[in-house]
Design a protein around this ligand. Structure first.
Ligand code: NAD
Length: 434
């Protein structure tokens, strides 16, 4: 089939590339000319394992093209996927300006009937709004259907998730449109769940809100474990053996970040408020997460008193490993607070430094290896569990730092090992080693 994908970010580009890999003719359209030029040359503008290889492959097979020209993308297309951003507005609501603009662009450039598929995460009722905009701006007497097909990929394993996802959710009014999108996805061999449009939109928010709840829950348990001298890793392992609970998403740490959980949880609180529903549980999840992000700073202040003039190794900047995405990363909050407290921040990340420079305080110094960051540091903050960070040995800390003092927000190291090597080690929900 001929498919247009609008927006070539983490979701759009991965979707376009994977749809071409299973044999569709895909045209990806973006308004960012520099990005499009890069992609035409087979260069991925984002870091995502396995993506660039598939991209080059399908450009060579003639199945994948890139353009800034909407007409070129939509003419003769059976389906147009919307995958533009829905960032958080100041008041917590999802900003739908990009979605609305794309609906106008699609309608104005149609040359045939089309199914418009919303991949972006959008509040309940948005697809109906998209349909109204499409109908209002139609270039001719064409039939348009709208399908909600929310995306569940995770950055860092997005290609793998697209081929091996748990489910594909298809929300539609018209069963024929739903069948067409099911047929598009058939080669993936992933179970399809069909429902109405509003329920599909809600599935995405409910899923992210539930996962965020799991994270805030285990973080609260971790905070309690610290006070009650229990070990959160054992607690999570013991809980996770119960099938009803499951063992995933029970890693205590410095809270969730990234481009989805913070904005989607806030958006769902707002969506609830439109129908006079006070979503107290989710508000608490968000509050717990905010407090959790400051936890390393609190621990460092308790240990040192003032952080003024202290040199800090900030290890890992991306919101999680295997991505260069810095949106809502805990490292931003931590670096800002450290600088405010008068500390000197020396930061390391294997791939996110260029993106980090736009978001971290200007005083931050960047280095090319975790070992370099540790040189003459008063203490280290472990922020992202990159393999390079996890691979650091007790000797690495002892040989380079003034004194080996670590505040680990990701529980990367073994407590006994730290104890054996006389490292002062504070982690999450586990006893301190000091
Ligand atoms: P992104 O910010 O990485 O990319 C958006 C792209 O859309 C940009 O390249 C931008 O230039 C382009 N764009 C904006 N307006 C356009 C227009 N009028 N025409 C063509 N292109 C346009 O966004 P993302 O992270 O890929 O997220 C996209 C959506 O998917 C969001 O709603 C997000 O919540 C959702 N989502 C994201 C993830 C994730 O892990 N990033 C996972 C699931 C769902």
């Amino acid at each position: 089939m001929k498919i247009a994908v609008v927006g070539t970010g983490y979701v759009g580009l991965v979707t376009g590339v994977c749809l071409s890999e299973i044999g569709h003719h895909v045209t990806c359209v973006d308004i960012d000319e520099q990005k499009v030029e890069k992609m035409r040359q087979g260069i991925s503008p984002i870091f995502e394992p396995g993506l660039e290889e598939l991209m080059k492959n399908n450009i060579d097979r003639g199945l994948l093209t890139f353009t800034t020209n909407h007409k070129e993308a939509f003419s003769d297309a059976h389906a147009a996927y919307i995958a533009v951003g829905t960032p958080q507005r100041e008041d917590g609501q999802a900003d739908l300006r990009f979605i609305e603009q794309v609906a106008v662009d699609i309608a104005a450039n149609l040359t045939n009937d089309i199914v418009v598929v919303t991949k972006s995460t959008v509040p309940v009722g948005t697809n109906e709004r998209v349909k109204r905009i499409l109908l209002k701006n139609l270039a001719g007497d064409y039939k348009v259907d709208v399908v909600s097909n929310p995306e569940f990929l995770r950055e860092g394993s997005a290609v793998n998730d697209t081929f091996k996802g748990d489910r594909i959710v298809i929300g539609a009014e018209n069963p024929e449109a739903a069948d067409l999108i099911e047929a598009v996805n058939k080669p993936f061999g992933i179970p399809v769940f069909k429902t109405d449009i509003r329920s599909a939109e809600m599935i995405k928010y409910a899923s992210n809100a539930f996962l965020a709840t799991k994270i805030s829950f285990i973080n609260e348990i971790a905070n309690l474990c610290e006070k009650l001298e229990a070990n959160v890793e054992d607690v999570a392992a013991g809980m996770g053996m119960d099938d009803r609970i499951g063992n995933k998403f029970l890693n205590a740490g410095i809270g969730y970040g990234g481009s989805c959980f913070p904005k989607d949880t806030s958006a769902l609180v707002q969506i609830a408020s439109y129908v006079q529903h006070d979503f107290n549980l989710l508000k608490s999840v968000i509050e717990v997460n905010k407090v959790q992000q400051h936890m390393l700073i609190q621990k460092a202040k308790t240990r040192f008193g003032s952080l003024e003039g202290r040199r800090v190794a900030l290890l890992g900047l991306a919101f999680k490993p295997n991505t260069d995405d810095m949106r809502e990363a805990a490292s931003i909050v931590l670096a800002q607070e450290l600088v405010k407290e008068g500390a000197e921040v020396v930061a390391y990340d294997p791939i996110s430094i260029e993106n980090a420079k736009k978001l971290l305080p200007a005083q931050t110094v960047y280095v090319n290896s975790p070992e370099e960051a540790l040189l003459a540091a008063d203490f280290a903050f472990i922020v992202t569990e990159w393999k390079e960070v996890k691979a650091l040995t007790p000797e690495d800390f002892k040989e380079r730092m003034k004194l080996p003092i670590i505040f680990d927000g990701r529980n990367c190291y073994n407590l006994n090992e730290m104890e054996k090597h006389n490292i002062e080690y504070y982690s999450v929900g586990r006893k301190p080693v000091n």
